[in-house]
Ligand binder design. Sequence first.
Ligand SMILES: [Zn+2]
Length: 389
Amino acid sequence: MKNYWLIYILLFVISCTPQNDGKVIPPNPPSNSHIEAGKVKPKNIIFMVGDGMGLSQITAGMYMNKNKLNLEKFPVVGLIKCHSSNNLITDSAAGATAFASGIKTYNGAIGIDPDSVAYKTILEEAEENNLATGMVATSTIVHATPASFIAHEKQRGYYENIAADFMDTEIDFFVGGGKKYFDRRETDDRNLIEELREKGYIVSDYFTEELNKSYMSSKLNFAYFTADSDPIPVSKGRGYLYAASKLGIKHLRKHSDKGFFLMIEGSQIDWGGHANDSEYIITEMIDFDRTIGAVFDFAQRDGETLVVVTADHETGGYSIVQPSRMDSLATKFTTTYHTASMVPVFAFGPQAELFSGIYDNTAIYDKFREAFGFKGNGREIIKEVPSQN
Ligand SMILES: [Zn+2]
């Protein structure tokens, strides 16, 4: 014990010794209102949702990836409560509506509350504030998570209505599956791909050309369809999440000098959980984490980007049991649906510290607004959704 004290005293003396010709170097850079620690606002927010990504999914991905994940680089970690307005076990629609609009709603609802009142999403508010906006998903782009950032519908299964809701926005960049809901519609004769082009989008798809060969312009919006309906699993050859996310960042940076909001979803971690397929979960988790690494590297270089990674809920009641080794896991499931477990939040960049602690999933919305410096409580009612369909 005595020896430790001696070392402490010695270290203290050394650390207090003036260096640099007698001048003591201040521990922090001079105060400047723009860069004051904790006060600087992010110019950009990149929100990454691992659908169904609970702690066991993360743990399994980590051990099967040589005990390493890019998620480990995030300095701030929190937990969210995921319940919806009508069920302790949320679905992705209610979960994403909580993130996007700050409201608790019923399972299946897209961007509306239990009384069918539509609320402005963080993506729509970012658009109004002249930020560029984008979404990338490994599901269809009309699937519950991306849909809840841009559409307002009573049921998540109204895919064609959700596709039509894209026409009411000015989203600058989106990549995902679901082409058929735009150009081979059953509920009407609209060709939304033509409508997107008329609105000034460059639209392409996997039939025509590879994503990274697509022509893009910093002046025009960009949409790319990766599949007619659901994209295939990464283990069967899907490989665009990483490239599309990097492309999205590049495109959105050029699209507005005010900043951007980008939502990236690793959609199929959830599908592995529903299928009670550990291999599916692990391959999707590692694919998502690889993309997290690229986003993190960008944010680190950029210095003005807040990155938040979380999940809407856990799927499968997944657990890692005996006899497991680091490179070979024995796993069990308790359900083919979601569970009520809290899920982790990881944050990096300006205002990341807002995301520590335990809070409701709706608070993610408030923290995004606070980070961006949007005034007031938000939750702006935009319309009543008619009871048709
Ligand atoms: Zn699910």
